[in-house]
Write a protein that binds this ligand. Structure first.
Ligand SMILES: O=C(CO)COP(=O)(O)O
Length: 251
């Protein structure tokens, strides 16, 4: 039964970073000694290939922030999973709340992108999370349950899927849920996965994301069913990202 879950600390650089940001990337790659967790940096498309070749031979992995469902074709401005793989990515963030909001992505589109990630040989990191209104109305478990049910295809396994719980109101705000709230939602996600995938669900990693910083990482990463972090702002600085990774209780 796949219950061993390696901690994954993933950095989502969002629309940040120019060529000079390589300094931070190199700082992360150079500072990984003694860190047991898997580390992943997801830069913007423009930096992906350069970053991937820069970290070749290190344990630092590179991922994308989105992909189109199709392999290729007339989709101006889009990038496919195969293209991300070709550029050196091993993973891709899908269904981030900023994509869901800015690009009107619903669960069906996210599900198609997860299948595309698998087709292209990438590990999808599927984001779910409630708005503040939904949380205040007590709907967070129901919202997240619906998103997990509808965004995840049937062929999910412990090896080919990572989920990230990112309460939208905690992203970039400096606010985080209580550890009890995080444990409750992560437990809900695990339960929803178990209903569908049985024992395999015990091996699927569930990351927490939303204002993860060096000073709150230890408590968040020690919470039940939290198997790592999806870090936004604090992943842009090597020292902060490494401090978060060092706070992980297990590798
Ligand atoms: O959206 C996030 C990661 O995907 C979280 O961003 P912050 O860590 O900046 O709150």
């Amino acid at each position: 039964m796949p219950t061993e879950r390696r901690i994954l600390i993933a950095g989502n650089w969002k629309m940040n970073g120019l060529r000079q940001s390589k300094t931070e990337l190199r700082g992360i790659a150079a500072g990984m000694d003694g860190i047991g967790a898997d580390l992943l940096v997801c830069p913007p498309f423009t930096l992906l290939a350069a970053f991937a070749s820069d970290v070749a031979g290190t344990r630092l992995m590179i991922g994308g922030q989105d992909c189109h469902p199709a392999e290729s074709g007339a989709h101006t401005g889009d990038v496919s999973a195969e293209m991300l793989k070709d550029a050196g990515a091993v993973a891709v963030i899908l269904g981030h709340s900023e994509r869901r909001a800015d690009h009107h992505e619903g669960d069906a589109v996210v599900k198609a992108k997860v299948k595309a990630a698998w087709r292209g040989g990438l590990l999808p990191i599927v984001c779910v999370g409630e708005t503040l209104d939904e949380r205040d109305a007590g709907e967070a478990p129901a919202v997240v349950t619906r998103q997990v049910r509808q965004s995840i295809p049937d062929a999910a396994t412990a090896a080919n899927l990572v989920i990230a719980y990112e309460p939208i109101w905690a992203i970039g705000t400096g606010r985080t849920p209580t550890v009890d709230d995080v444990a409750q939602i992560h437990g809900t996600i695990r339960h929803v996965l178990a209903e569908r995938f049985g024992a395999e669900a015990g091996g699927i990693r569930i990351l927490y994301g939303g204002s993860v910083k060096p000073d709150n990482a230890a408590i968040l990463l020690a919470t039940a069913d939290v198997d790592g972090a999806l870090v936004g702002g604090a992943s842009l600085k090597a020292a902060d990202f490494l401090a978060i990774a060092r706070a992980a209780p297990r590798g």
